[in-house]
Ligand binder design. Structure first.
Ligand SMILES: [Zn+2]
Ligand SMILES: [Zn+2]
Length: 271
């Protein structure tokens, strides 16, 4: 049994558990076995299991727990980076928590994720000024005169009218969010290699250069840096680029490693 299989059990009510063990490919396991296995995995691989459940959107608590555990871990490791070691004792845990939050967002992002539309700041529409030409007549003209459209120009006054209108955001089509899927490969991780396609005469796909085959755009680390700057101004951009960014990347990787560890534990327990 793997982590992916446990997902349905979190959504399922007790009836489902005895109902569909076959679909999980673990015929011999009863619902109780599975619940026990999940409990043991949680115990042995707390960070990885919580991170996985948080990523799958199963519970908000798991997300919070995973972030807290990573922040605690970060706190034990951060002194290896001079710029972090020098932070005030009161500020350090806050910075670690902020980095852990961004690490979680990055770890849990997939090609299916959505992010706020930057174009409209998540509003779904854009306020725009539209100028229209309006006209009116200085005297009351009979309808036939207006219909002729050859109304005496002397009586017609034209003016430009400015109106503030809400236009549907063209980027997100009013949905307020946009997909995180890579715009080159649309989340597939592979894109048409135009050079090879031309040479071979058949469509040739290769790993997408834009997302390195990941299928989605990562959260720019500058966003994490900006959030850290809200807490302290002790870390300069140069320091971030030189040393702190690497530490932050390690935190993201930590979730992947911990998830793999949880996976391994669950397999071992349910073997
Ligand atoms: Zn938008
Ligand atoms: Zn791509």
């Amino acid at each position: 049994m793997n982590l992916e299989n446990t997902v349905k059990f979190h959504f399922a009510k007790s009836t489902m558990i005895s109902d569909s063990p076959r679909a999980t490919g673990s015929d011999s396991l009863t619902g109780t076995d599975i619940m026990a296995a999940m409990g043991m995995t949680q115990e042995r691989a707390a960070m990885g299991y919580s991170a996985f459940l948080g990523k799958m959107g199963i519970s908000h608590n798991d997300r919070v727990r995973a972030i807290t555990l990573l922040a605690e871990y970060a706190l034990t490791k951060c002194d290896s980076v001079a710029a972090l070691r020098k932070l005030d004792a009161g500020v350090k845990p806050l910075v670690m928590h902020q980095l852990a939050m961004f690490a979680f967002e990055d770890y849990s992002r997939s090609a299916a994720s959505v992010k706020q539309c930057d174009c409209c700041a998540g509003q779904g529409f854009i306020e725009a000024d539209v100028f229209t030409m309006k006209s009116h007549y200085t005297m009351k003209l009979p309808q036939w005169a207006k219909d002729l459209k050859q109304s005496p120009g002397d009586f017609e006054v034209k003016r430009q009218v400015k109106e503030a209108v809400r236009l549907l955001c063209s980027t997100c089509k009013g949905k307020k969010v946009v997909s995180c899927a890579c715009s080159d490969c649309r989340g597939r991780g592979k894109a048409v290699n135009h050079k090879e396609t031309k040479k071979q005469g058949v469509p040739v796909f290769s790993t997408c250069k834009r997302c390195s085959g990941r299928g989605y755009e990562r959260i720019p680390s500058t966003e994490a840096y900006a959030a850290v700057c809200q807490i302290t101004d002790a870390i300069t951009v140069a320091t971030w680029e030189k040393s702190v960014k690497r530490f932050y990347d390690q935190l993201i990787t930590k979730f992947d490693l911990e998830e793999a560890w949880a996976e391994q534990q669950l397999r071992r327990i349910t073997r």
